[in-house]
Design a protein around this ligand. Structure first.
Ligand SMILES: Cc1noc(C)c1CN(C)Cc1cc2n(n1)CCN(c1cc(N)ncn1)C2
Length: 404
Protein backbone atom coordinates (compact mmCIF):
# COMPACT_ATOMS: atom_id res chain seq x y z
CA UNK A 1 0.00 0.00 0.00
CA UNK A 2 1.59 3.29 -1.10
CA UNK A 3 1.80 6.15 1.39
CA UNK A 4 -0.01 9.30 0.20
CA UNK A 5 3.37 10.98 -0.33
CA UNK A 6 4.63 8.15 -2.52
CA UNK A 7 1.28 8.11 -4.40
CA UNK A 8 1.49 11.88 -4.90
CA UNK A 9 5.04 11.67 -6.21
CA UNK A 10 4.24 8.83 -8.61
CA UNK A 11 1.04 10.63 -9.76
CA UNK A 12 2.95 13.84 -10.40
CA UNK A 13 5.76 11.98 -12.13
CA UNK A 14 3.17 10.27 -14.35
CA UNK A 15 1.51 13.62 -15.08
CA UNK A 16 4.85 15.11 -16.02
CA UNK A 17 4.94 17.55 -13.10
CA UNK A 18 8.14 18.03 -11.17
CA UNK A 19 8.18 16.57 -7.66
CA UNK A 20 10.82 16.40 -4.96
CA UNK A 21 11.07 12.75 -3.81
CA UNK A 22 11.32 12.59 0.03
CA UNK A 23 14.55 10.88 0.98
CA UNK A 24 14.46 7.90 3.40
CA UNK A 25 12.96 9.07 6.76
CA UNK A 26 12.23 12.57 5.40
CA UNK A 27 8.56 13.44 6.10
CA UNK A 28 8.10 16.28 3.64
CA UNK A 29 7.97 16.79 -0.13
CA UNK A 30 7.56 19.98 -2.22
CA UNK A 31 6.34 20.45 -5.77
CA UNK A 32 6.29 23.33 -8.22
CA UNK A 33 2.81 24.09 -9.57
CA UNK A 34 2.02 26.49 -12.39
CA UNK A 35 -1.28 28.21 -12.94
CA UNK A 36 -2.88 28.18 -16.37
CA UNK A 37 -2.37 31.83 -17.37
CA UNK A 38 -4.63 31.35 -20.37
CA UNK A 39 -7.60 30.46 -18.15
CA UNK A 40 -10.16 33.29 -18.08
CA UNK A 41 -12.00 33.14 -14.73
CA UNK A 42 -15.79 33.31 -14.51
CA UNK A 43 -17.12 33.86 -10.97
CA UNK A 44 -20.58 32.30 -11.31
CA UNK A 45 -19.00 29.16 -12.84
CA UNK A 46 -16.61 28.82 -9.87
CA UNK A 47 -19.53 29.25 -7.44
CA UNK A 48 -21.64 26.74 -9.41
CA UNK A 49 -18.84 24.13 -9.25
CA UNK A 50 -18.33 24.62 -5.50
CA UNK A 51 -22.06 24.32 -4.75
CA UNK A 52 -22.32 21.25 -6.97
CA UNK A 53 -19.26 19.65 -5.30
CA UNK A 54 -20.70 20.03 -1.80
CA UNK A 55 -24.33 19.43 -2.71
CA UNK A 56 -25.48 23.00 -1.92
CA UNK A 57 -28.69 24.23 -3.58
CA UNK A 58 -28.12 26.01 -6.93
CA UNK A 59 -30.51 28.85 -7.77
CA UNK A 60 -32.07 29.24 -11.21
CA UNK A 61 -30.28 32.57 -11.53
CA UNK A 62 -26.91 30.95 -10.96
CA UNK A 63 -27.73 28.20 -13.45
CA UNK A 64 -28.79 30.85 -15.97
CA UNK A 65 -25.59 32.88 -15.45
CA UNK A 66 -23.43 29.82 -16.01
CA UNK A 67 -25.45 28.66 -19.00
CA UNK A 68 -25.31 32.11 -20.57
CA UNK A 69 -21.57 32.12 -20.26
CA UNK A 70 -20.84 28.59 -21.39
CA UNK A 71 -23.52 28.26 -24.05
CA UNK A 72 -22.24 31.37 -25.88
CA UNK A 73 -18.57 30.95 -25.09
CA UNK A 74 -16.04 29.85 -27.63
CA UNK A 75 -18.15 30.41 -30.69
CA UNK A 76 -18.20 34.16 -31.05
CA UNK A 77 -16.11 36.06 -33.55
CA UNK A 78 -16.15 39.46 -35.20
CA UNK A 79 -14.87 40.76 -38.52
CA UNK A 80 -14.69 44.40 -39.62
CA UNK A 81 -13.35 45.97 -42.81
CA UNK A 82 -10.85 48.78 -42.49
CA UNK A 83 -9.90 51.33 -45.14
CA UNK A 84 -7.00 53.77 -45.63
CA UNK A 85 -8.08 57.34 -44.82
CA UNK A 86 -6.23 58.96 -47.77
CA UNK A 87 -3.77 58.35 -50.62
CA UNK A 88 -0.87 58.18 -48.13
CA UNK A 89 -2.45 55.41 -46.00
CA UNK A 90 -2.05 57.91 -43.10
CA UNK A 91 -4.50 56.01 -40.91
CA UNK A 92 -7.20 53.36 -41.26
CA UNK A 93 -10.93 53.85 -40.75
CA UNK A 94 -13.24 51.20 -39.29
CA UNK A 95 -17.00 51.59 -38.68
CA UNK A 96 -18.15 51.07 -35.09
CA UNK A 97 -21.76 50.98 -33.79
CA UNK A 98 -22.42 52.64 -30.43
CA UNK A 99 -25.69 52.79 -28.48
CA UNK A 100 -29.35 51.95 -29.01
CA UNK A 101 -30.41 52.61 -31.70
CA UNK A 102 -26.95 52.20 -33.22
CA UNK A 103 -24.94 55.32 -33.94
CA UNK A 104 -22.23 54.41 -36.49
CA UNK A 105 -18.90 56.27 -36.23
CA UNK A 106 -15.71 56.02 -38.33
CA UNK A 107 -12.93 55.26 -35.83
CA UNK A 108 -9.17 54.67 -35.92
CA UNK A 109 -8.15 51.34 -34.32
CA UNK A 110 -4.96 51.91 -32.36
CA UNK A 111 -2.91 49.06 -30.85
CA UNK A 112 -0.62 51.79 -29.45
CA UNK A 113 -3.20 53.17 -26.99
CA UNK A 114 -5.97 51.88 -24.71
CA UNK A 115 -8.85 54.36 -24.77
CA UNK A 116 -12.04 54.26 -26.83
CA UNK A 117 -12.92 57.93 -27.28
CA UNK A 118 -15.27 59.73 -29.65
CA UNK A 119 -16.35 63.12 -30.89
CA UNK A 120 -19.75 63.63 -29.26
CA UNK A 121 -22.64 65.99 -28.53
CA UNK A 122 -20.36 67.31 -25.77
CA UNK A 123 -17.56 68.32 -28.18
CA UNK A 124 -17.58 72.07 -28.87
CA UNK A 125 -19.60 72.68 -32.04
CA UNK A 126 -16.68 74.53 -33.65
CA UNK A 127 -14.42 71.50 -33.09
CA UNK A 128 -17.01 68.91 -34.10
CA UNK A 129 -17.86 70.57 -37.40
CA UNK A 130 -17.59 67.99 -40.21
CA UNK A 131 -17.31 65.05 -37.79
CA UNK A 132 -19.85 62.28 -37.12
CA UNK A 133 -20.65 62.48 -33.41
CA UNK A 134 -22.03 60.20 -30.66
CA UNK A 135 -24.98 61.52 -28.65
CA UNK A 136 -25.42 59.56 -25.40
CA UNK A 137 -28.76 61.34 -24.83
CA UNK A 138 -30.10 59.60 -27.95
CA UNK A 139 -29.08 56.14 -26.76
CA UNK A 140 -31.44 54.24 -24.44
CA UNK A 141 -28.54 52.09 -23.23
CA UNK A 142 -26.10 54.94 -22.44
CA UNK A 143 -25.24 55.48 -18.76
CA UNK A 144 -23.03 58.28 -17.42
CA UNK A 145 -19.99 56.93 -15.53
CA UNK A 146 -20.33 59.69 -12.96
CA UNK A 147 -17.14 61.23 -11.61
CA UNK A 148 -14.95 59.70 -14.30
CA UNK A 149 -12.84 61.79 -16.67
CA UNK A 150 -10.08 61.08 -19.18
CA UNK A 151 -7.24 62.90 -20.87
CA UNK A 152 -4.77 61.55 -23.44
CA UNK A 153 -1.77 62.85 -25.38
CA UNK A 154 -0.27 60.94 -28.31
CA UNK A 155 3.27 60.71 -29.62
CA UNK A 156 2.65 63.48 -32.14
CA UNK A 157 1.45 65.79 -29.33
CA UNK A 158 -2.18 65.56 -30.46
CA UNK A 159 -4.57 65.26 -27.51
CA UNK A 160 -8.16 64.95 -26.33
CA UNK A 161 -10.07 64.78 -23.04
CA UNK A 162 -13.57 64.56 -21.58
CA UNK A 163 -16.00 62.50 -19.52
CA UNK A 164 -17.20 58.90 -19.71
CA UNK A 165 -20.35 56.91 -20.51
CA UNK A 166 -20.96 53.20 -20.79
CA UNK A 167 -22.92 51.86 -23.73
CA UNK A 168 -23.18 48.88 -26.07
CA UNK A 169 -20.37 48.92 -28.65
CA UNK A 170 -20.50 46.59 -31.66
CA UNK A 171 -17.50 45.92 -33.92
CA UNK A 172 -17.71 43.50 -36.83
CA UNK A 173 -20.96 42.03 -35.46
CA UNK A 174 -19.61 41.37 -31.96
CA UNK A 175 -21.19 43.41 -29.14
CA UNK A 176 -19.78 44.41 -25.78
CA UNK A 177 -22.78 45.44 -23.70
CA UNK A 178 -21.14 47.76 -21.18
CA UNK A 179 -18.17 49.40 -22.84
CA UNK A 180 -16.59 52.60 -21.51
CA UNK A 181 -17.13 55.21 -24.23
CA UNK A 182 -15.00 58.28 -23.57
CA UNK A 183 -16.81 61.39 -24.79
CA UNK A 184 -14.57 64.28 -25.91
CA UNK A 185 -15.23 67.71 -24.43
CA UNK A 186 -11.88 68.90 -25.81
CA UNK A 187 -9.87 67.83 -28.90
CA UNK A 188 -6.60 69.20 -30.33
CA UNK A 189 -6.29 70.77 -33.76
CA UNK A 190 -4.89 67.64 -35.38
CA UNK A 191 -8.14 65.81 -34.60
CA UNK A 192 -10.42 68.78 -35.41
CA UNK A 193 -8.88 68.97 -38.89
CA UNK A 194 -8.97 65.19 -39.45
CA UNK A 195 -12.68 64.97 -40.24
CA UNK A 196 -12.47 61.43 -41.66
CA UNK A 197 -12.24 59.96 -38.16
CA UNK A 198 -14.48 60.57 -35.14
CA UNK A 199 -12.18 59.09 -32.52
CA UNK A 200 -10.16 56.01 -31.62
CA UNK A 201 -10.58 52.44 -30.44
CA UNK A 202 -7.60 51.63 -28.26
CA UNK A 203 -6.49 48.01 -28.73
CA UNK A 204 -3.52 48.22 -26.37
CA UNK A 205 -3.36 46.66 -22.90
CA UNK A 206 -5.76 47.86 -20.15
CA UNK A 207 -2.84 49.18 -18.09
CA UNK A 208 -2.58 52.02 -20.61
CA UNK A 209 -6.16 53.30 -20.12
CA UNK A 210 -6.35 56.97 -19.12
CA UNK A 211 -9.73 57.13 -17.32
CA UNK A 212 -9.58 58.46 -13.75
CA UNK A 213 -10.23 57.63 -10.93
CA UNK A 214 -10.90 54.05 -12.13
CA UNK A 215 -9.17 53.00 -15.42
CA UNK A 216 -11.53 51.19 -17.83
CA UNK A 217 -11.05 48.08 -19.94
CA UNK A 218 -10.61 48.22 -23.71
CA UNK A 219 -13.27 46.89 -26.01
CA UNK A 220 -11.09 43.89 -26.88
CA UNK A 221 -10.30 43.16 -23.23
CA UNK A 222 -14.05 43.14 -22.49
CA UNK A 223 -14.68 40.92 -25.51
CA UNK A 224 -11.80 38.46 -25.07
CA UNK A 225 -13.42 36.03 -22.62
CA UNK A 226 -16.42 35.55 -24.93
CA UNK A 227 -14.50 35.25 -28.18
CA UNK A 228 -13.69 31.82 -29.64
CA UNK A 229 -10.03 32.70 -29.00
CA UNK A 230 -8.68 35.71 -27.01
CA UNK A 231 -6.93 37.26 -30.02
CA UNK A 232 -7.43 39.61 -32.97
CA UNK A 233 -5.66 40.04 -36.29
CA UNK A 234 -4.79 43.17 -38.29
CA UNK A 235 -4.66 42.95 -42.07
CA UNK A 236 -3.86 46.52 -43.20
CA UNK A 237 -3.42 47.08 -46.94
CA UNK A 238 -1.94 49.75 -49.25
CA UNK A 239 -4.80 51.67 -50.89
CA UNK A 240 -7.27 48.84 -50.50
CA UNK A 241 -9.72 47.40 -47.98
CA UNK A 242 -8.23 45.33 -45.16
CA UNK A 243 -9.72 43.85 -42.00
CA UNK A 244 -9.63 43.49 -38.22
CA UNK A 245 -10.79 39.98 -37.21
CA UNK A 246 -11.63 39.12 -33.61
CA UNK A 247 -11.55 35.62 -32.09
CA UNK A 248 -10.14 33.79 -35.10
CA UNK A 249 -7.23 33.75 -37.55
CA UNK A 250 -8.01 33.67 -41.28
CA UNK A 251 -4.70 32.21 -42.46
CA UNK A 252 -5.80 32.65 -46.10
CA UNK A 253 -5.02 36.36 -45.67
CA UNK A 254 -1.29 35.53 -45.55
CA UNK A 255 1.18 33.86 -47.90
CA UNK A 256 3.70 32.83 -45.26
CA UNK A 257 3.67 30.86 -42.03
CA UNK A 258 2.76 32.74 -38.86
CA UNK A 259 5.81 33.16 -36.64
CA UNK A 260 5.13 33.93 -32.95
CA UNK A 261 7.20 35.92 -30.50
CA UNK A 262 6.46 36.99 -26.89
CA UNK A 263 4.53 40.27 -26.47
CA UNK A 264 5.34 42.64 -23.60
CA UNK A 265 2.21 44.55 -22.54
CA UNK A 266 3.73 46.11 -19.41
CA UNK A 267 3.77 49.63 -20.92
CA UNK A 268 0.32 49.26 -22.45
CA UNK A 269 1.72 48.68 -25.95
CA UNK A 270 2.24 45.43 -27.90
CA UNK A 271 6.02 45.32 -27.41
CA UNK A 272 8.22 42.71 -29.13
CA UNK A 273 11.75 42.12 -30.40
CA UNK A 274 12.68 41.63 -34.04
CA UNK A 275 15.76 39.42 -34.35
CA UNK A 276 17.50 41.23 -37.20
CA UNK A 277 17.05 43.17 -40.44
CA UNK A 278 18.33 43.55 -44.00
CA UNK A 279 18.05 45.92 -46.96
CA UNK A 280 17.20 44.89 -50.51
CA UNK A 281 16.71 41.19 -49.86
CA UNK A 282 20.17 40.58 -48.36
CA UNK A 283 20.56 37.99 -45.61
CA UNK A 284 19.18 39.16 -42.26
CA UNK A 285 21.83 40.37 -39.80
CA UNK A 286 21.51 39.51 -36.10
CA UNK A 287 20.99 43.04 -34.78
CA UNK A 288 17.81 42.78 -32.70
CA UNK A 289 15.29 45.64 -32.64
CA UNK A 290 12.89 46.06 -29.71
CA UNK A 291 9.76 48.04 -30.57
CA UNK A 292 5.97 48.06 -30.66
CA UNK A 293 3.39 46.90 -33.20
CA UNK A 294 1.33 50.07 -33.57
CA UNK A 295 -1.65 50.37 -35.95
CA UNK A 296 -2.13 54.01 -34.83
CA UNK A 297 1.23 55.17 -36.20
CA UNK A 298 1.59 55.67 -39.94
CA UNK A 299 5.34 55.12 -40.31
CA UNK A 300 8.09 52.58 -39.57
CA UNK A 301 10.30 54.38 -37.02
CA UNK A 302 13.70 52.78 -36.33
CA UNK A 303 17.14 53.80 -34.96
CA UNK A 304 19.32 56.16 -37.03
CA UNK A 305 21.91 53.48 -37.89
CA UNK A 306 19.22 51.38 -39.57
CA UNK A 307 17.64 54.38 -41.32
CA UNK A 308 21.07 55.36 -42.67
CA UNK A 309 21.86 51.79 -43.78
CA UNK A 310 18.62 51.83 -45.77
CA UNK A 311 18.84 55.27 -47.40
CA UNK A 312 22.52 54.76 -48.32
CA UNK A 313 20.97 52.63 -51.06
CA UNK A 314 18.76 55.48 -52.30
CA UNK A 315 20.76 57.83 -54.54
CA UNK A 316 18.66 60.99 -54.10
CA UNK A 317 17.77 60.51 -50.41
CA UNK A 318 18.39 63.49 -48.11
CA UNK A 319 17.06 64.82 -44.82
CA UNK A 320 14.58 67.67 -45.40
CA UNK A 321 14.32 69.97 -42.36
CA UNK A 322 10.99 71.41 -43.47
CA UNK A 323 9.51 67.91 -43.78
CA UNK A 324 11.34 66.66 -40.65
CA UNK A 325 12.24 63.47 -42.47
CA UNK A 326 14.14 61.77 -45.30
CA UNK A 327 12.86 62.56 -48.79
CA UNK A 328 13.94 61.37 -52.25
CA UNK A 329 13.04 61.61 -55.97
CA UNK A 330 9.68 59.92 -56.50
CA UNK A 331 11.17 58.22 -59.59
CA UNK A 332 13.63 56.18 -57.49
CA UNK A 333 13.20 52.41 -57.28
CA UNK A 334 13.39 51.88 -53.52
CA UNK A 335 14.99 48.73 -52.06
CA UNK A 336 12.90 46.48 -49.82
CA UNK A 337 13.42 46.33 -46.04
CA UNK A 338 13.17 43.02 -44.15
CA UNK A 339 13.08 42.12 -40.47
CA UNK A 340 13.11 38.79 -38.66
CA UNK A 341 10.42 37.93 -36.11
CA UNK A 342 9.24 34.64 -34.62
CA UNK A 343 11.49 32.68 -36.97
CA UNK A 344 9.92 34.32 -40.03
CA UNK A 345 11.20 37.07 -42.31
CA UNK A 346 8.84 39.96 -43.09
CA UNK A 347 9.81 41.88 -46.23
CA UNK A 348 8.39 45.37 -46.83
CA UNK A 349 8.51 46.00 -50.57
CA UNK A 350 10.07 49.22 -51.89
CA UNK A 351 6.74 50.62 -53.04
CA UNK A 352 5.34 50.37 -49.51
CA UNK A 353 8.33 52.46 -48.35
CA UNK A 354 7.48 55.36 -50.66
CA UNK A 355 4.74 57.14 -48.78
CA UNK A 356 3.69 59.88 -51.25
CA UNK A 357 4.83 63.17 -52.75
CA UNK A 358 5.56 65.70 -50.00
CA UNK A 359 2.77 67.79 -51.51
CA UNK A 360 0.30 67.47 -54.36
CA UNK A 361 2.16 67.25 -57.71
CA UNK A 362 5.66 67.32 -56.19
CA UNK A 363 8.33 64.99 -57.64
CA UNK A 364 9.87 64.71 -54.15
CA UNK A 365 8.54 61.84 -52.03
CA UNK A 366 8.52 61.20 -48.26
CA UNK A 367 10.00 57.98 -46.87
CA UNK A 368 7.91 55.41 -45.02
CA UNK A 369 10.99 54.55 -42.91
CA UNK A 370 12.07 57.39 -40.62
CA UNK A 371 14.14 57.86 -37.45
CA UNK A 372 12.83 56.94 -34.00
CA UNK A 373 15.69 58.86 -32.31
CA UNK A 374 13.55 61.65 -30.86
CA UNK A 375 10.80 59.26 -29.74
CA UNK A 376 12.75 56.86 -27.54
CA UNK A 377 10.89 53.80 -28.79
CA UNK A 378 10.96 51.95 -32.12
CA UNK A 379 7.57 51.78 -33.81
CA UNK A 380 6.48 49.18 -36.36
CA UNK A 381 3.59 51.30 -37.65
CA UNK A 382 1.31 50.85 -40.65
CA UNK A 383 4.18 50.85 -43.19
CA UNK A 384 5.48 47.63 -41.57
CA UNK A 385 2.08 46.15 -40.68
CA UNK A 386 0.91 46.45 -44.31
CA UNK A 387 3.47 43.79 -45.29
CA UNK A 388 2.05 41.22 -42.86
CA UNK A 389 -0.91 39.53 -41.26
CA UNK A 390 -0.36 40.34 -37.57
CA UNK A 391 -1.89 38.29 -34.74
CA UNK A 392 -2.38 40.14 -31.43
CA UNK A 393 -2.72 37.12 -29.14
CA UNK A 394 -3.74 38.29 -25.64
CA UNK A 395 -4.37 34.76 -24.34
CA UNK A 396 -0.81 33.66 -24.99
CA UNK A 397 0.76 37.15 -24.61
CA UNK A 398 2.40 36.87 -28.01
CA UNK A 399 2.47 38.48 -31.42
CA UNK A 400 2.24 36.49 -34.65
CA UNK A 401 3.62 37.76 -37.97
CA UNK A 402 3.12 36.24 -41.43
CA UNK A 403 4.28 37.64 -44.80
CA UNK A 404 1.36 38.80 -46.97
C1 LIG B 1 -1.88 60.07 -37.68
C2 LIG B 1 -2.04 60.85 -38.94
N1 LIG B 1 -1.18 60.89 -39.91
O1 LIG B 1 -1.65 61.66 -40.91
C3 LIG B 1 -2.88 62.09 -40.57
C4 LIG B 1 -3.78 62.92 -41.40
C5 LIG B 1 -3.13 61.64 -39.32
C6 LIG B 1 -4.32 61.90 -38.50
N2 LIG B 1 -4.00 63.00 -37.59
C7 LIG B 1 -3.79 64.28 -38.20
C8 LIG B 1 -4.88 63.03 -36.44
C9 LIG B 1 -4.32 61.99 -35.54
C10 LIG B 1 -3.30 62.13 -34.66
C11 LIG B 1 -3.20 60.93 -34.05
N3 LIG B 1 -4.11 60.11 -34.57
N4 LIG B 1 -4.81 60.75 -35.51
C12 LIG B 1 -4.31 58.77 -34.16
C13 LIG B 1 -3.77 58.58 -32.78
N5 LIG B 1 -2.45 59.14 -32.71
C14 LIG B 1 -1.38 58.35 -32.45
C15 LIG B 1 -1.54 57.02 -32.11
C16 LIG B 1 -0.39 56.26 -31.88
N6 LIG B 1 -0.47 54.96 -31.54
N7 LIG B 1 0.83 56.81 -31.99
C17 LIG B 1 0.92 58.11 -32.30
N8 LIG B 1 -0.15 58.89 -32.54
C18 LIG B 1 -2.29 60.53 -33.00
Amino acid sequence: MQTFGAFLVSFLAASGMAAALPTEGQKTASIEVAYNKNYVAHGPTALFKAKRKYGAPISDNLRAAVAAKHSLTKRQTGSANTNPSDSADDEYITSVSIGTPAQVLPLDFDTGSSDLWVFSSETPKSSASGHVTYSPSKSSTAKKLSGSTWSIEYGDKSSSSGDVYTDVVTIGGFSVKTQAVESATKVSTQFVQDTVISGLVGLGFDIGNQVSPRPQKTWFSNAASSLAEPLFTADLRHQETGSYNFGFIDTSLAKGTIGYTPADGSEGYWGFTATGYSVGGAQLNRNSITGIADTGTTLLLLPDNIVDAYYNNVESAEYDDSQEGVVFDCSEDLPSFSFGVGGQTITISGDLLNLTPIEEGSSTCFGGLQSSADIGINIFGDVALKAALVVFDLGNERLGWAQK
